[in-house]
Ligand binder design. Structure first.
Ligand code: SAH
Length: 547
């Protein structure tokens, strides 16, 4: 499994707004000394930036600013590709994964590219995992740049050792257990006489030992330490994919950690922490205790709207995987909408049943020269809080949101207000017709206008379908009847056989459950609040059945 599995589920479109960066962040004045922007320049500059250990939030503000300004980004295999969303530059990956096999470009070639791009006047970011100067060959790149007279800066990053320790609840310098910490490369082969590591000194080091790149040589390292006098019962922890949703950690002693790590199937990138501080990890454990930790969750929302749900999954400890089954597009022809816009103020109520409905109508209004004043005194009804939140983006307040976020409840809540009133429903090209029937029955004069199209996709993304077919997903959230039907159509027989066994389906509402069951999808959990947070709560409840 590639080390950055979690990141591959996110599309790396540079237009999408990433998680950690807010508008406020962008207004912070840059700390990189980009003085060259003030002077006409002939030569660019290279920033060697530490991208941190994997969690995309663990990038420094200075690093993010460098990415934002870069013309070219060269990133290595340990870097989370989500970080690229901070930039708008051309990007090149220099290795696929750790080790010689993953290398796409040799170091000399990387140096040459950095130098060549800077000489063309480009601002270049060399983005590296963790900290660029901790076992990262960043200093070699800096030396190569210096030799050519290329200006450069180095931006530190959070290195894997400190991040892995914190995310497993270990304090490397817990004052009851260690007064020093050593970062060591496990890459050196201890069986070779020429090894640079002095195991005798390491075995007697008065503190915590952290081995980078040590998984392949775990057995050799632990035996060499024991042979040099380190007690065989010294607590030891191996942490794999630290700070990422699929982080795994195994705790044992110097004596048994090799077999424990092997039977747990741990893979690089992994780090080995040795010392008494490992004993107290349970007391400070937090990352692995989150309610959906380690769960791989399929998000079926249309891709351009999936970021919020993905972020929520992530915060709950899960790895989100994008499984869009439908796409949202503007109407092929706006003429009907445009003809209606001048009459908007004639309506008593405007009803929105999705965020897309709000965006479709109000963005078109803006684009055609109108603004919210064109709505006159019309009252605004929304199916739920997510839709109302988009109204707020346009500085509009919802006048009515039903207690239950479904069409029947919306119709019931509107009923007392709409007899003999003019009501407009801004809707999708297809969907349930409950509102049409109910609002008309309540005496409203109803007009419906299609402000966006909702289309079935013809296939799932290939890499995600592979995961489905391997049964790698724990949960899939189905967030509307049309998504459920479309999902069922896109499933292959191999993927389908995992449903209800390895991969469970959660439905956002009873209506979605009925639609899913009608096309043969087994539903294992149903949300009681019809939102994505509600869906996640249903998954959590299914994990922890009430006693
Ligand atoms: N410059 C990087 C280290 C590069 S050497 C840093 O400062 O973190 C690569 C080694 O770092 C890997 O073999 C592994 O031991 C460690 N490593 C990097 N990211 C890791 C992660 N997310 N989890 C566990 N170990 C990691």
């Amino acid at each position: 499994m590639p080390p950055l599995l979690m990141t591959q589920s996110f599309h790396t479109s540079h237009t999408a707004t990433p998680i950690p960066m807010t508008t406020a962040d962008r207004s912070i004045s840059p700390s990189p000394s980009l003085t060259d922007t003030a002077v006409p320049r002939t030569i660019g500059k290279v920033y060697l930036v530490g991208g941190g250990p994997g969690d995309p939030g663990l990038l420094t503000l200075k690093g993010a600013e460098c990415l934002r300004r870069a013309d070219l980004i060269l990133y290595d295999g340990l870097v989370n590709p989500m970080l690229l969303r901070h930039g708008h530059a051309a990007v090149e990956r220099t290795c696929r994964a750790e080790g010689p096999l993953g290398r796409l470009l040799p170091q000399d070639e990387i140096n040459r590219r950095l130098i060549a791009a800077a000489k063309e006047g480009k601002t270049v970011v060399r983005l590296k995992g963790g900290d660029p100067f901790i076992f990262g060959r960043g200093s070699e790149e800096a030396a190569a740049l210096a030799a050519e007279g290329i200006p450069f800066e180095v931006v530190p990053g959070i290195t894997a050792a400190t991040a892995a320790a914190v995310y497993t609840g270990i304090s490397l310098t817990h004052r009851d257990h260690a007064s020093a910490v050593a970062f060591i490369t496990g890459h050196e082969d201890p069986s070779k006489p020429a090894t640079a590591l002095d195991y005798n000194s390491l075995a007697h080091f008065p503190g915590t030992l952290v081995f980078y790149m040590g998984l392949h040589r775990l057995e050799a390292i632990t035996s060499a330490l024991i042979a040099a006098g380190k007690p065989a019962d010294t607590p030891t922890c191996v942490v794999c994919r630290a700070t990422q949703p699929l982080q795994r950690s195994v705790t044992g002693t110097l004596n048994d950690i090799t077999s424990l790590a092997k039977s747990a199937g741990l893979q690089p990138p992994s780090l080995v922490i040795i010392g008494d501080c490992v004993k107290v990890r349970e007391q400070a454990s937090w990352f692995e205790d989150r309610p959906l930790f380690g769960q791989v969750i399929g998000i079926t929302r249309p891709e351009e709207q999936a970021d919020d749900a993905a972020q929520q999954a992530y915060e709950l400890g899960a790895l989100p995987v994008m499984l869009p089954t439908i796409e949202i597009t503007p109407p092929d022809d706006w003429s009907e909408v445009d003809a209606l816009l001048p009459r908007l103020r004639s309506f008593d109520w405007i009803v929105f049943t999705s965020a897309n409905g709000v965006r479709g109508l109000l963005s078109r209004l803006w684009q055609t020269g109108g603004d919210v004043r064109s709505l006159g005194q019309a009252k605004l009804a929304c199916i739920g809080p997510a839709t109302a939140a988009v109204l707020e983006e346009f500085s509009l307040r919802a006048d009515l949101i039903p207690n239950e976020y479904r069409a029947e409840a919306l119709a019931a809540a509107l009923k007392p207000h709409i007899a003999n009133r003019r009501v407009l429903w801004a809707r999708a090209s297809r969907g349930r017709e409950v509102l049409t029937t109910e609002l008309t029955a309540a005496g409203a004069t109803l007009e419906q206008i299609v402000v966006y199209q909702n289309r079935d996709l013809t296939e799932l993304p290939r890499s995600e379908l592979d995961r489905l077919e391997r049964g790698d997903l724990h949960w899939i959230g189905l967030s509307s009847p049309s998504i459920a039907r479309s999902f069922a159509r896109l499933l292959t027989p191999t993927a389908r056989q995992h449903l209800g066994v390895k991969t469970r389906l959660a439905s956002i509402s009873p209506v979605t459950t009925a639609a899913a069951q009608a096309v043969g999808l087994p539903i294992a959990a149903e949300a009681t609040e019809f939102t994505w947070p509600g869906l996640f709560r249903a998954m959590i409840a299914a994990h922890q059945p009430e006693a």
